[in-house]
Design a protein around this ligand. Structure first.
Ligand code: ADP
Ligand code: MG
Length: 313
């Protein structure tokens, strides 16, 4: 495998109006994206994802550091540009246009035209499942349909690399799934995909690797399964009251959530499960369900950032 994107010590400082107001949006980022992989580029709002992407596209300039795309350091070269499909965050298309007109417009920006462009539009509309609505105005599209046209726009030049900034944000669950399926389809067609999101759940299923950005620094990167530690368990039980929960708490079992008598108990990894079950029984709780506790992006951040801070001192 070879790297499609290679970023070294990439730094971006947005200069503020006055001293002390500068924003250090990205701090010496090192990141490589391999050919054919889907990389989930994760981080909470304001962590620097869009800033990174805009520098990859040559839309803003780095304060320092270097970027290579397809082995070239000139990200503005037509050769590089032609091979990148970009879906901006919150992409907006004029709503008086028809879906197919958006694709034609972008195709022309890429220097395409004539029969070649019309043929490619047919292919792309089919791929993103919008053939049936191609002659309808964007105005009448759902958010999911708009986003599919957005993906079509990013695909029009048949690029090798797709950079998608928050492609599923703001969509309903069905539309999210459709967009995710399309991204997987692109990978199967040999494309390299970088997809940013502020939600782990959105990208973990489809990403080969995820990188986690926090305050402009990459905290960790790797396969999802290697990053998430699902060691804790949750016991759901009924029959809880204050007195019983106080007894459980003495034994190191705490309630995460409670609605009347129903509780979710967090069993930490170093607590023996059988022992925890016995404690529940001894306190007249009826166990309804035991499941692994899925680590969320927030949990992962807290852990990863906590570890980073601990290692610093
Ligand atoms: N044009 C800009 N001028 C000043 N600050 C900016 C600008 N764009 C982004 N920022 C700041 O840079 C940081 C990173 O923003 P951004 O890259 O948009 O994060 P993300 O995409 O992860 O939400 C934030 O603190 C944001 O407020
Ligand atoms: Mg963003």
């Amino acid at each position: 495998m070879s790297a499609v994107i290679e970023i070294e010590k990439l730094t971006k400082i947005y200069e503020g109006a006055a001293r002390g107001q500068d924003v250090h949006a990205l701090k010496e980022l090192d990141l490589a994206i391999e050919e054919g992989e889907i990389l989930g580029y994760l981080g909470p709002n304001g962590s620097g994802k869009t800033t990174t992407i805009k520098m990859l596209l040559g839309l803003i300039f780095p304060t320092s550091g270097s970027i290579q795309i397809f082995g070239q350091s000139d990200v503005d070269s037509p050769e590089v540009k032609r091979n990148i499909g970009y879906l901006p965050e919150g992409a907006y298309y004029p709503d008086f246009l028809k879906g197919e007109e958006v694709l034609r417009f972008y195709g022309k920006l890429y220097g395409m035209g004539g029969k070649q462009l019309e043929k490619r539009m047919d292919e792309v509309l089919e791929l993103v499942g919008m053939t049936h609505a191609r002659k309808r105005l964007i105005r009448g599209y759902s958010k999911g349909m708009r986003q599919r046209i957005g993906l079509g726009q990013a695909l029009i030049s048949d690029p090798k690399l797709m950079i998608l900034d928050e492609p599923t944000t703001g969509l309903d669950p069905v539309a999210r799934k459709e967009i995710r399926d399309l991204i997987v389809e692109m990978k199967s067609r040999g494309k390299t995909v970088m997809i940013s999101s502020h939600e782990l759940l959105e990208v973990e299923l489809i990403s080969d690797r995820v990188g986690i950005l926090f305050e402009g620094a990459l905290q960790t990167i790797g396969a999802v399964g290697d990053l998430l530690t699902d060691r804790d368990l949750v016991i759901e039980a009924s029959g809880a009251n204050d007195e019983r929960l106080a007894k459980l708490s003495e034994k190191g079992i705490t309630a995460e959530d409670r609605v009347d008598g129903r509780v979710r108990l967090r069993i930490s990894a170093n607590h023996d499960l059988y022992d925890a079950v016995d404690i529940c029984k001894a306190n007249a709780l009826e166990i309804l369900n035991i499941s692994p506790r899925r680590e969320t992006l927030e949990d992962l951040f807290v852990r990863v950032v906590g570890e980073a801070k601990a290692n610093r001192s």
